[in-house]
Each structure stands twice: as C-alpha cells, then as structure tokens.
Design a protein around this ligand. Structure first.
Ligand SMILES: [Zn+2]
Length: 504
C-alpha cells in the first residue's frame, strides 16, 4: 500500500520530443511524483489556397505519417507526431500565417492546469483543487523551500519578497515556467492573448500599425474638494460585455438591422444634413475631432472657439444649413434629437460587434477576470474563517499568514494587469495591437464617460480631469449616479482619494 502524499503542487512540465510525451512533476516539501502523458502538439496555419497547396507539398516531403490535419473555420490545425516535425514544417510558411506555442504550454492550457496549481492524488490520478495555496516546495534553483524563502524575505526585504511571489503568480497565470516570466506588463498581456488565441484555435489577423489620437483631458487650474475615481476595473467588464475584438468585428452573422441596433459601436459614421447656420458642435470622440480638424479648413476659427468655450475637444464645424457630413453615430443621434441635424438614410460606415462568437480579446480578459473573481472570493472566505476562529487576533494572524499573503498578492497582480489593459490596447508596440480594437475600445470609453458626465452635470457634479487611458477620473461634486452603473450592468468606480486642494 502506498501512503498518500497529501497535497502537491505542479512544479514542472517537460516535453520529451523523442518519446512524444510530457512529464509533469507534482511535489511538496517531502515528495516528488512524476506523471507521463502522451502528447501531440499542434500548429495552426491560416487557411488559404496557397497555404493548402504548400502544406500538401511539404507534408509529402516531411513524411505524411508525421502529421494529421483538421480544419476549422479559418485555420488548418496540424497535429504533429512531435514538436520538431512541426517546427520543420512551420519554417516553410510566413511566420504571420502560422501560430504555435511551446508544447508544455499547449499541454497545460488544454488541461486547464498551470505551474503551482494545487493537486491531490486520488487513486494515483492528479486532481486539481479549486483553491489557491502557497506552494510548499523546493524549486531546484533555490537553496531553501519557497515558504521559508518568502517568509525570510518578508521580514528582510519586502520588495524582493513581492517580486519573487509575483514571478510565482505570473508563472501560474500565464502557464509558463518560473524562469521565463516576462517582467514587462505588455509582454505579460501578450502571453495572455496568446493563450486565448490558442484555446480558441485562432491566428492573430495581420497587425494594423496605425495609431489613434489619445488625449489627456483636464481643465487647468486649482481645484478644491476633488474626488479621484478608479475606473480600471470597469474597462475589462466593458470589453467582455461589448465583445470588443478585431476578428469578430463586422461579422457576417450580426449585420445590424438599422442604426439603432445595440451591437453598433459609437464611433460608426453616419451621414447627417445640418439644419443650422454657422454651426459647431463638440464631439464625444477625441479621435474624430482631431481627424476632422486636421482634414478640414477653418482651423483658426475652431481653435479660437475651443479657447473661448473651453471645450474638451476641438469643435467640429462650421457647417451651414443643408451641408452634409459623416459624423459618429452617437453625435448624430444627439444632434438629431436637438434639431440641429438629420440623419440621412444611406452612406453609413457602421462598425458592429458579434453576438455569436467571443473575440480572442474578450476571451482573454474574461480569463483574467474570472481568475480575479475566484481569488477575491477565496480571500473573503479565508478572512471569514480567521475571524470566526481567532476573533480579535485574526487580523494580526492574517498579516503573517503565507497563504493569505499569496492570495492578496495575486489579487494585486491581477488589478495591476487590469490597470494596464487600456494602455496595452492603445499601444502600437503591443504585438497584438489592432486599430479596430483601439478604436472600438476608445469609442466605448468616451461614450460611457460622456453619458455619465451628462447625468452627473444635472446633479451639479462635473468632471475636472481624465487621464490618458481613462483609468483615473477626477470629479468635483458629490453625486456619482450609482443608478447609471447599475443600469449599464457594470461596477461602480472606486473612490480612491479625496483631494482638498489640487492643481492641474
Ligand atoms: Zn456575429
């Protein structure tokens, strides 16, 4: 009879090319168990006539028995006898036409496993546990077990303790080995996108490098009683809810019936006829304002008007009675309601989201978001247990508890990643940058803030400043209109700080 080793953590995974298998190591401080799994990695190739022809030719060359082909909607999924065969095959194709992850990551993602996940052995079969617990094990490149290492660091060098813990957590989040964790948030988000693409069996569409105009919107001056609100947890929800994406954009299955369909992005352009003379208006969309300004005459008149009326963006105009122009649909609807313009029935440039298929972006954000929810609920129940058991001493004991520290760090890490999402989507350096995503995301941000601002204004609260990525918003006034967020089915922004006196 074998004794049960209790709980174990996934500590390593190694692909053996010749044996065509993955060896997974589960360990704790006393035991190390390895399990072998047969595994055939996959390579995705973009489906096109020329790629299919090339694939046919090269498979014949490399050995027809080494590959198995499966087709999905847009890609050919090539299952290889082993990884090296797939790498050989990949060499014949343009890199952007293919997509392949290292075999260990493929295996872990397909199993829903990752480094430092907690397991029990049930009848000798590893069974992943649905909880987070600090990995009590010895990693080969450290002298002492992780728990004593982190405990010591926490008293000697808090920053180092945090860095090391973050590496463990990122290894878990990204399904990559501890030693390969990238330090830059952009690279971490890129890896999360890769994981999402892989699980959805997609290849990233060709990168469109053109950037969009980003402004930092603040009113200059000295202000009293400002509230600083944090919107960073709202944007991931918006991405998921609106299914923002590039490959799902303007899909064939969800063509809007009319301009009032709910899946139309607010930056879609519609033609309007203006019904007023020497007319200007303030667009909700800074990217559009900027483009209009650069592409039309009367620049000085617009700039003078901006200075006179202290508008957020450069005004759009001047228009005269009967002029027609293509403007963002949300601007058009407001102008029509106010009687300044009428929407013309044709010549629209609509952008819409898909209601049937999740985009790889919203899929990736949802993976982080659900992880964050799970951890926060774990933290909550952990706190409850401590409070129940230790009453007044609970807080002090939690403070030094390693599991609690681990979960809290995870929650912080995921918040930091959320915080980076807007920046990441608008950053052309991002390997998965897409202009379509940048534009749809930005238009949703600006439309939501504009709508919210209108409602708050009626209650005497006004927006004073917005940072470039709309994570931080400074308002003057008390009323936050909770109903607005409730109706939109998104979280309320978090009030971070109250500033008695502030300069911009
Ligand atoms: Zn669709």
């Amino acid at each position: 009879m074998s004794s049960t080793p209790g709980t174990l953590w996934l500590s390593n995974a190694t692909y053996l090319n010749e044996k065509r298998r993955i060896t997974v190591e589960f360990s704790n401080r006393e035991t190390k168990i390895t399990k072998n799994y047969d595994f055939y990695p996959v390579l995705f190739i973009h489906k096109s006539d020329s790629n299919e022809k090339l694939l046919d030719e090269k498979i014949n060359l490399l050995g027809i028995n080494s590959f198995k082909l499966l087709q999905n909607k847009k890609n050919i999924k090539v299952i290889g006898k082993n990884y090296s065969k797939l790498k050989e095959l990949r060499c014949y194709f343009a890199k952007k036409e293919t997509f392949m992850l290292e075999p260990e990551r493929q295996f872990l993602l397909l199993n829903g496993w990752s480094y430092f996940d907690l397991f029990t052995l049930d009848a000798d079969i590893p069974n992943k546990q649905n909880m987070f617990s600090f990995p009590l094990l010895l990693l080969e490149f450290f002298e002492s077990p992780l728990d004593s290492l982190i405990t010591n660091l926490r008293s000697e060098d808090k920053k180092a303790a945090k860095q090391l813990t973050n590496c463990l957590l990122l290894s878990n989040l990204l399904a990559i080995p501890f030693q390969k964790v990238p330090l830059k948030k952009r690279h971490q988000l890129e890896m999360l996108i890769q994981n999402s693409l892989f699980l959805q069996e997609k290849i990233f569409p060709t990168k469109d490098n053109s950037n969009i105009f980003i402004s930092n919107e603040s009113v200059r001056g000295r202000f009293q009683n400002l509230m600083e609100l944090d919107f960073s947890k709202i944007w991931p929800k918006v991405i998921i809810k609106e299914n923002i994406g590039s490959e799902t954009n303007n899909c064939a299955c969800c063509i809007p019936e009319n301009i009032y369909s709910g899946n139309i992005f607010p930056n879609s352009l519609v033609s309007v006829r203006f019904l007023s003379d020497a007319f200007y208006y303030d667009s909700r969309f800074s990217d559009f304002s900027n483009k209009f300004h650069l592409g039309n005459s009367n620049k000085e008149r617009r700039l003078a008007r901006k200075a006179e009326f202290l508008t957020k963006n450069i005004p759009i105009g001047p228009f005269f009675f009967g002029d027609s122009y293509k403007i963002p649909i949300e601007d058009a609807k407001i102008l029509q309601k106010e009687g300044f313009a009428e929407i013309l029935p044709n010549n629209n440039e609509l952008h819409w989201s898909c209601r049937n298929e999740k985009s790889f972006l919203s899929n990736a954000i949802e993976m982080i978001s659900s992880k964050s929810e799970k951890i926060n609920s774990n933290i909550e129940s952990y706190e409850k247990i401590f409070l129940h058991q230790y009453k007044l001493n609970a807080l002090m004991l939690l403070e030094s508890d390693l599991n609690y520290y681990f979960m809290k760090q995870y929650s912080n890490l995921l918040n930091a990643i959320f915080n980076k999402v807007p920046n990441f989507l608008l950053d052309t350096k991002n390997q998965y940058y897409s202009k379509v995503i940048a534009e749809s995301f930005r238009s949703k941000q600006q439309s939501l803030i504009a709508e919210w601002s209108e409602i708050m204004k009626k209650e005497g609260t006004r927006i004073i400043a917005i940072d470039s990525f709309c994570n931080k918003i400074f308002i003057q006034g008390e009323y936050l209109t909770p109903d607005f967020f409730l109706k939109k089915d998104i979280l309320m922004p978090i009030c971070n700080n109250h500033h008695a006196d502030f300069y911009f």
